[in-house]
Design a protein around this ligand. Structure first.
Ligand code: ADP
Ligand code: MG
Length: 618
């Protein structure tokens, strides 16, 4: 076949595995291959539409852009054809021969192993659509010709086993013709009524006409440009399933239309699944930019801020010129205006969901709370709206329950002027932090921060409802217990403080008698407005040379241990045991903060204390 220039290629090994998974175990619902082919054809038509808009004097502008499906019962073949952009030889090799996303296969393997049939439908997202045709076909022929001037036609052939061949071909006009030579058991796909049903089920929103054996299929109009009053929940859900190529329903959606200050329609969805949480990949922007129902840019970076990358949908504006070049998307004043408006409305919508249906919002928060926090740090203009969306656990929430800042402020104690927070690795360890004692006693609520990002967020927000955020571990909180009445006892405690200061030297910023401790002997506090220990630990991870701030040690003069130490100090300020106890007291606090550095010395000291304890008469 030398004159046809046929060349043989091996599949990329990923594709072999993919085919194996697809054909033998994953897809139970074979008919979706047609959806994949139609969606590829529609993509190709869309790209062509775009070229017509931007490249002057292209031939064939008046031709209808369409998808035609035809069956040949005699030869058991099914053909899906489009007059879209087509493919050059290189594009054939590049697009059909490789898997675009590196995470895809991993994900598919996980799916296969997890036997989670339901999630299989998420497959369309991973650029493996075309290969699903091998579920029904024993052999596939792709004849394609690129729209580019002087492009030649090519024929790609494969049985889906080890590889494919490419040779020169004959084809009138641009576009792609995909012929499936069906397997013996897949004859149902030769019946026109069956094909029509599949298309109505999966592809009715495709924005181009589809013909099955010459008959045009009724399609649904662009949902987002229709008045809300004409649409039912089912329409929105159906469109989402089509748009996202999924069986999963959206968590919530927002349909907006506006005439002033800018004209636009938008339909935005929040999904039920976070792919980032599944550990897959960073989500790409999910909102497409349209002008007069024609897609201008898929997954536009310009119409949504990055932190809202989980949002899916469409923004369509007549004011965006159809022939806008890709570069001028950026800094386009109209797009900026639309984005500002839409983002504001979307955040308000989320707040409304939060106030109306807390369970629904909790699901959104679980999936995309991280994104909203990212927004609270980065989206300065909307930080107040984003602050409303944050949820926290706190000293007054139980179990899975979470509180928002408005609720927190609503139940602030009398005289309370600040919003208190306390960080730690998890809830149980935060709850044991002695810094909480005084707050419990005064019945002040303290927000618990377990995500390292939380503190950055509060740091950026600074305040909510004019109430500043304040670390509960800070040395300068305006909360105190009544000072001990016993002046003499206080003076003795002060003597111990002087002793401790000398014993600790440079290790602490200060030592003082506590007015806030209730049950614990002592407490290590943050210097006023300095970063928390959690924050500092992160900084130290980033930069090994980072020096932790010195902290303030407070002692509880009525705690039995401190009282004994005071007594010991009075009796003999030079007692070696006193020194040992003093050093251990501080190390205990460092241990609980996770900032103890000289562990060996500490262990040796503890062992000495143990030995001494054993030697005591019993
Ligand atoms: P995806 O559509 O997610 O990219 P597919 O496996 O469905 O993954 O298709 C792979 C690629 O093959 C497409 O991205 C496109 O570049 C190319 N392709 C498939 N079908 C067509 C077609 N009908 N016309 C032009 N290109 C196509
Ligand atoms: Mg596809």
């Amino acid at each position: 076949m030398a004159e046809k220039n046929e060349q043989t290629y091996e599949f990329q090994s990923e594709i072999k595995q993919l085919l194996d998974i697809l054909v033998y175990s994953l897809y139970k619902n074979k008919e979706v291959f047609l959806r994949e082919l139609v969606s590829n054809a529609a993509d190709a038509l869309n790209k062509m539409q775009f070229e017509f808009l931007t490249v002057p004097d292209l031939e064939g502008k008046d031709q209808e852009l369409k998808i035609t499906i035809a069956v040949d019962k005699k030869h058991s073949s099914l053909v899906v054809e489009d007059n879209g952009v087509g493919m050059t030889r290189d594009e054939l090799v590049e697009n059909i021969g490789t898997i675009a996303h590196s995470g895809t296969l991993d994900y598919l393997r996980k799916l296969k192993d997890s036997e989670k049939g339901g999630q299989v439908e998420l497959i369309g997202k991973f650029g493996v659509g075309f290969y699903s045709s091998f579920m029904a076909a024993r052999e596939i022929h792709i004849t394609t010709r690129s729209w580019r001037k002087d492009a030649r036609a090519w024929l790609w052939k494969s049985t889906g086993e080890s590889g494919y061949t490419i040779e020169e071909a004959e084809k009138e006009g641009r576009g792609t013709r995909i012929e499936l030579l069906l397997k013996k058991d897949e004859k149902e796909f030769l019946e026109a009524y069956r094909l029509k049903n599949i298309i109505l089920k999966h592809s009715k929103f495709v924005p181009f006409p589809i013909y099955v054996d010459g008959e045009k299929i009724e399609r649904q109009e662009a949902v987002w440009t229709q008045p809300k009053s004409k649409l039912a929940a089912k329409d929105y859900v159906d469109f989402y399933k089509f748009f996202e190529n999924t069986q999963e329903e959206p968590e919530t959606w927002l349909h907006l239309s506006s005439d002033a200050p800018v004209q636009f329609h938008s339909l935005l969805y929040v999904p039920k699944t976070s792919f980032e949480l599944l550990g897959l990949m960073k989500t790409e922007p999910g909102v497409d930019l349209y002008s007069r129902k024609i897609m201008i840019q898929k997954g536009s970076k310009e119409v949504m801020p990055e932190y809202l990358r989980f949002v899916k949908g469409i923004i369509d504006s007549e004011e965006i010129p159809l022939n806008i070049s890709r570069e001028t998307f950026q800094n386009n004043v109209r797009i900026d205006k639309i984005r500002k408006h839409v983002v504001k409305k979307l955040l308000e919508h989320l707040d409304a969901v939060k106030n109306k249906d807390r369970d629904k919002y909790l699901a959104i928060w679980k999936n995309f709370g991280k994104n909203l926090k990212e927004g609270a740090v980065n989206d300065f203009d909307n930080r107040e709206k984003l602050a409303l969306l944050l949820l926290f656990s706190s000293s007054k929430t139980g179990g899975e329950e979470l509180v928002d800042l408005k609720e927190y402020v609503g139940r602030m104690a009398e005289g309370q002027k600040e919003i208190y927070f306390l960080g730690g690795t998890d809830r149980p360890s935060i709850e044991k932090n002695p810094a909480l004692e005084i707050f419990r006693k005064k019945d002040y609520e303290v927000i618990f921060l377990t995500d390292p990002l939380d503190e950055f967020v509060l740091d950026h927000l600074r305040e909510f409802d004019k109430k500043p955020f304040k670390m509960a571990e800070s040395a300068d909180i305006p909360l105190e217990e009544k000072a001990a009445d016993d002046k003499e006892a206080l003076k003795e405690a002060e003597n111990l403080v002087t002793y401790l200061k000398a014993a600790y030297g440079e290790q602490v910023q200060d030592v003082r008698v506590s007015k806030r401790l209730v049950d614990s002997p002592c407490l290590l506090l943050n210097p006023a407005d300095g970063p928390s220990v959690q924050m500092e630990k992160i900084m130290k991870m980033v930069n090994r040379d980072y020096r932790l701030s010195k902290r303030v040690l407070e002692i509880n003069p009525v705690h039995p241990l401190i009282r004994k130490m005071i007594a010991l100090h009075q009796a003999d300020p030079a007692a070696p045991l006193l020194k040992t106890l003093a050093l251990q007291l501080l190390d205990n606090m460092k241990l609980r903060e996770g900032i103890l550095s000289d562990t060996e010395a500490t262990i040796a000291r503890i062992q000495q204390i143990m030995l001494d304890a054993i030697a005591l008469p019993r």
